[in-house]
Design a protein around this ligand. Sequence first.
Ligand code: PMP
Length: 393
Amino acid sequence: YSDLVTQAKPSHVHTEPLAVPSKTLMGPGPSTAHPRVLEAARLPLLGHLHGEFVKIMGEVQEQLRYAFQTQSRYVLAVSGTGHAAMEAAVANFVEPGDVVLVGVNGIWGERMSDLVERYMGVVVRMEKEGGKVFSGEDVERELTKEPKIKLVFLTHGESSTGTLQPLEGIGSICKKHGALFFLDTVCTLGCVPFNVDKHGVDITYSGSQKCLGAPPGASPLMVSSAAMDKLQSRKTKPFTYYFDINLLGEYWGFKDNPRWYHHTGMVSNVYALREALSILQDEGLGEAWARHREAAERLWDGLERMGLELFVEDVNERLPTVTTVKVPEGVDWKDVASHMMRKHKIEISGGLGPTAGKVWRIGIMGYNAAPQTVNRLLHALKEALDLYGGSFA
Ligand code: PMP
């Protein structure tokens, strides 16, 4: 075949096994995976329609109902990262001309507005400055002003600013006005108190690599029966094949039909997700929420003791999973983050969107929500500030 091999081999042929350093991932995600989850991901592949694998998919759906706290049968994992599930939701539930109220208090509302427009929806922006959240009255005011709103989008855990969106009462306000409640739970599912059915959420997507501590690639999505009714009443098919929820539902068993090949299931990611959800079930949701809260409080306390200021003032609106902490005057956030990585192999990250250059973002998610890990981080941060904190140190 020599005339078909026209491209020379790369100068180094990697015959040695792939080696990567072990790091403590405490940025906004991915978070460090639980070793059990990584073990599960290396199990032998099964065919994505084999009975054994279909059984595992069913188990994952049961586990997701527990994580989401819902009785809805319409739960699945979308192939791809959080954005894939986000796009799947928009592509299916936004029809051309649909009016969507989008809460914009960070980059996730911005991205959602962009996505809704790409699928020809009409965005009504409801804005708050970064670090603030929306109230039920804010939502009700917009729904009263614009009765055509079909969907209300909010971000439960705004990872670019570090806010936790309160959910009480919002679902019932949406229902009263005939709108579906659409929520991003990428940074909260499994870490922060949340009950889909009680909070009246109709559509929510999450990610595997944050609170659940699995590799990125299998993103939970939940749809209520009211949202499924909206999907069935579409005038056109969704403008996506890969993310068509009716077709995905045939593969995930929404209709008790024989399983059908839509696209090749992400076998290893599903193993990993199942293991991550098993660990969550074993611990108990309430216990996992409390562990995250305690770890976050330990972090907040430690940061304040160092003289640092938290970006979100109101403790009830502060996201336990991603903390935003102000970079003091005269300090370069990158020097500090680089030192922590170089010396301690701990990742923290800078701001994003409205917080770019202003804050560090510190993730306390899944496996890392432990007192010793938070202590290690605080120690490394203190050391970095002593070295690079200038007059602040
Ligand atoms: N929503 C939120 C709140 C997020 O934090 C993220 C990830 N940073 C996403 C959506 C997108 O997820 P992914 O990067 O996995 O596509």
